[in-house]
Design a protein around this ligand. Structure first.
Ligand SMILES: Cc1cc2nc3c(=O)[nH]c(=O)nc-3n(C[C@H](O)[C@H](O)[C@H](O)COP(=O)(O)OP(=O)(O)OC[C@H]3O[C@@H](n4cnc5c(N)ncnc54)[C@H](O)[C@@H]3O)c2cc1C
Length: 435
């Protein structure tokens, strides 16, 4: 019997973990990656003694199995951190999350947040139709107006009443009334939420995870840019003319890019691809030649006049990320097709606001810069999202293409999520007769 061909497109964490689990099943997949190095968003850049990731890439583990797999892949070299994060508001840094630490705000304002919250919780039977309503229903007017609404408009670049809300339950902490009242009495930041603890490689940046996976998969074909997927001939055509036949294709390349290279593509599917929306992240990584903020992990900014929504501190994830006595920051600004940023002016604005907010003492402290312009940052969960995604994935599946990963599956997935998803996909398929 003819042996079947399995191809994987993209050697980011998703493609690599799929290949890893396939190898365990003794299935050989050829992995094709357009870049010269595997890793996608989980690569790390070395520059002037600093190691920069593509913004912060912190490992959150919900399952013990993924923690132990990452430990194995990283040969035990993992640091566990207790979150030390803040929100910049009223010209100061209060502990994150805002919704359980507003007691750090001036008394009248804190009172306004508390009474809004109590009122909202008293009506907890209210149904939410969209993200804006969900915010009001969960947090009340004070917290909504002071933080939740401005922060999320700034991040998503989309009116919040056009967004779905179900995703938020996992990512936005909704403390109980008891936890909030407790914080008023004790003035203590008890870690809440999915990110209260996290892990990070001891050495080398997040790319160490990729190196570990790469050592445990079959050959990765680098510099192989897929430019056409011919559905009738069941083959992938690469930029240099190479052609590869497939019986099954696992694609992890971003869905909007996949839509551009599939032929033939029916009109209704093309329309569904067009309906997908996303925000991009302009990630500026900076080296700072003096010691700054020795314990903080990251800070959120909701202010409209400040360009970035988040600043993180690489040097507090692992001491290897900055030379001794120096600091390293990741500074993230979001933009979209409709709300672009001026890339010529943004650098100067960022530096100015890092100083005015007290993140750095002087702009002269900055000694190194590396920018990652991340086109596909976060899929936008608007009202078109679910039907468009479903239609596309069904069509692909009918054509023996499993599209997965954060951008291939078009979901707000963490690194742990993409590993778990890859394992599930591999477990769920009959691999008999594959090479
Ligand atoms: C700003 C930001 C911060 C994040 N922070 C965290 C965090 O703290 N913790 C966490 O768990 N997760 C975080 N994530 C999510 C994490 O990055 C993803 O879950 C994970 O990297 C997704 O891996 P992937 O393989 O699905 O996608 P990708 O990393 O995008 O990999 C896709 C691969 O496909 C390749 N490719 C694309 N087109 C082609 C083509 N035509 N031919 C061949 N190859 C192609 C690409 O070069 C790439 O290598 C963050 C994401 C962003 C954007």
């Amino acid at each position: 019997m003819r042996k079947k061909n399995l191809l994987i497109l993209g050697a980011g964490l998703s493609g690599l973990s799929a290949a890893y689990f396939l190898k365990r099943e003794k299935v050989r997949a050829k992995i094709f990656e357009k870049e010269a190095r595997p890793g996608g968003l989980c690569r790390s850049i070395r520059k002037q003694g600093f190691i920069f990731d593509f913004s912060g890439h912190l490992l959150h583990f919900r399952g013990k199995d993924t923690l132990s797999l990452a430990g194995k892949i990283l040969k035990g070299s993992l640091i566990r951190h207790k979150r030390d994060s803040y929100v910049y508001t009223f010209n100061k840094f209060i502990p994150y999350p805002f919704q359980s630490n507003f007691n750090y705000l001036p008394k009248g304002i804190a009172q306004q947040c508390l009474s809004g919250l109590i009122e909202a919780r008293a009506q907890n039977c209210l149904k939410s139709d969209n993200f804006l309503q969900w915010i009001h229903n969960k947090f009340g007017k004070g917290i909504a107006d002071l933080f939740m609404i401005p922060y999320n408009i700034k991040l998503w670049k989309t009116p919040l009443d056009r967004l779905e809300y179900r995703w938020a339950k996992r990512f936005i902490i909704t403390p109980t009334a008891r936890q909030i009242k407790g914080s008023f009495k004790e003035k203590r930041d008890k870690p809440l939420g999915y990110n209260s603890f996290f892990w990070y490689p001891e050495k080398g940046g997040i790319e160490e995870l990729i190196k570990g996976f790469s050592e445990n998969v079959n050959k990765i074909y680098l510099n192989n840019h897929a430019v056409e997927i011919d559905l009738s001939g069941k083959r992938v055509i690469f930029k240099d003319g190479r052609r590869e036949k497939f019986d099954k294709l696992i694609s992890t390349i971003p869905l909007p890019e996949l839509g551009k290279i599939i032929t033939p593509l029916p009109d209704d599917i093309r329309l569904s691809f067009k309906r997908l929306k996303w925000i991009s992240i302009y990630n500026v990584n900076l080296g700072v030649k003096t010691e700054i903020h020795p314990s903080r992990h990251w800070v959120y900014f909701a202010q409209k006049n400040i360009p970035f929504f988040r600043v993180g501190f690489f040097h507090n994830l692992s001491s290897c990320l900055a030379p001794s006595g120096q600091g390293a920051l990741y500074v993230d600004t979001s933009y979209s097709k409709d709300k672009p940023i001026d890339t010529r002016a943004i650098g100067a604005r960022i530096r100015r606001h890092l100083k005015t907010t007290g993140i750095i003492r002087s702009e002269d402290e900055i000694c190194c810069e590396h920018v990652n312009d991340i086109k596909y940052g976060y899929p936008v969960y608007d009202k078109d999202y679910a039907p468009a995604r479903k239609k596309i994935l069904n069509f692909l599946s009918e054509n023996d293409i499993t599209s997965c990963g954060r951008y291939g599956g078009w979901r707000y997935l963490s690194m742990e999520d993409v590993i778990l998803e890859a394992e599930k996909i591999v477990r769920g398929m009959p691999w008999k007769n594959y090479l």
